[in-house]
Ligand binder design. Sequence first.
Ligand code: 9MR
Length: 458
Amino acid sequence: MSTSRTSPSRSSLRVRCTALFAGLTAVGALLAAGTTGAHAADGPLRDLAAAKGKVMGTAVTGSKLTGTYGEIAGREFNALTPGNAMKWGSVEPVRGTFDWAEADRIVDFAEAHGQQVRGHTLVWHSQNPGWLDNGTWTPAQLGQLMKDHIATEVGRYKGRLATWDVVNEPFNEDGTYRQTLWYNGLGADYIAQALTAARAADPAARLYINDYNVEGVNAKSTALYNLVKSLKERGVPIDGVGLQAHLIVGQVPSTLQQNIQRFADLGVDVAITELDIRMQLPSDSAKLTRQAADYKAVVNACVAVARCVGVTVWGFTDSDSWIPDTFPGQGAATPYDENYAPKPAYHAIAEALGGTTTPPTGACTAAYSVTSQWDTGFTGQVRIACTGAALSSWKAGWTFGAGQRVTQAWNAACSQSGAVVSCSNASYNGSVPSGGSVTFGFNGSWSGSNPVPTVTLG
Ligand code: 9MR
């Protein structure tokens, strides 16, 4: 389970105001610009992805593959990953008693819709059956159990699955091996043994190691890198690495593309396997816009590297996401809302996959103006206005370029640290409806010059 990234993200719609009147000293001059985002007109995502030679997948729950959920899953995605249906605890809850119903349903659905299936997952420390977790096994018994499980499950779907997440989440955050049933019983070689068994069971399936918090260059991803390198050197069958990408709004690692590239340079494929980007609830248009930019950044990074085979979202609708149960107060992490309406993130994915954009349909803008100025002081104001979009709370920030300081503010709470000013709404004016506006003001000091800053709205 991916729970190590726990800090809540700050909502931060970035609305850049263009400096039309830099060096302004006159009264009433205006700076404004910015938008909540252009919408891609097109879809389905699977066609855009296919045109780029990429996979656009989603995790699914087999029992839900009817009605609107089924329509979207079939229409928009060219790959499916069973969210839970192929885990050991699902398929063999009682030793020797198998339940393939949901897994079969997903594979059948995928074949009927011309979709790949990513098998998930064979060897993991979580969601194992009780009989396995609670049993007492010699290393030999444990190794046999693992190989038999792989032979049974991979064998069942031989020739039908494109890919398997053979080993899931083998590392700790510091890059040491996670102490699991498998590691403790078999040592680190359980990974090579599992991959070898999977290759034997289905020589055509692409075999992956999959983990979370390995999206950027860090200790954990470097441990994974070193493992893949050594497996390749030893001739162990390893075809790819899965970067799960359970991310937080505003926190896409800046080294994502570089990290994808370094794995690709080892001669393996890379897939973004479980993408979701969570936020503190409630969502608002600013957070959703920032989330869209984050989705776009992730898809862009994959598109930019030839061996990145594609992106899978971990559930396509907020009504089918693991986030709210695991991170109370957080959610809205997927590209569709709970009522199956595409969110800005959906359009951002489409754009990153080469979809054409149409003019913005909604925008909130911030306009900074100096309303009066005297020898050492000035009065300024910022007007936030929305058209075709709305805000339920806001923050406006800027960096003064010439030593100005805010001395007093009204209709907002402002603080200044160095040159950086941050203002947030008062209790009574956080809401800016479509067609509405809010203005706050401040007094400031200046000397020499009083250039107009760029305002970021969030
Ligand atoms: O989405 C899965 C959720 O329904 C399960 O309750 C959870 C249990 O750990 O597993 C979720 O999927 C996980 C995936 O299999 C591996 N990476 C982390 C995912 C989120 O926990």
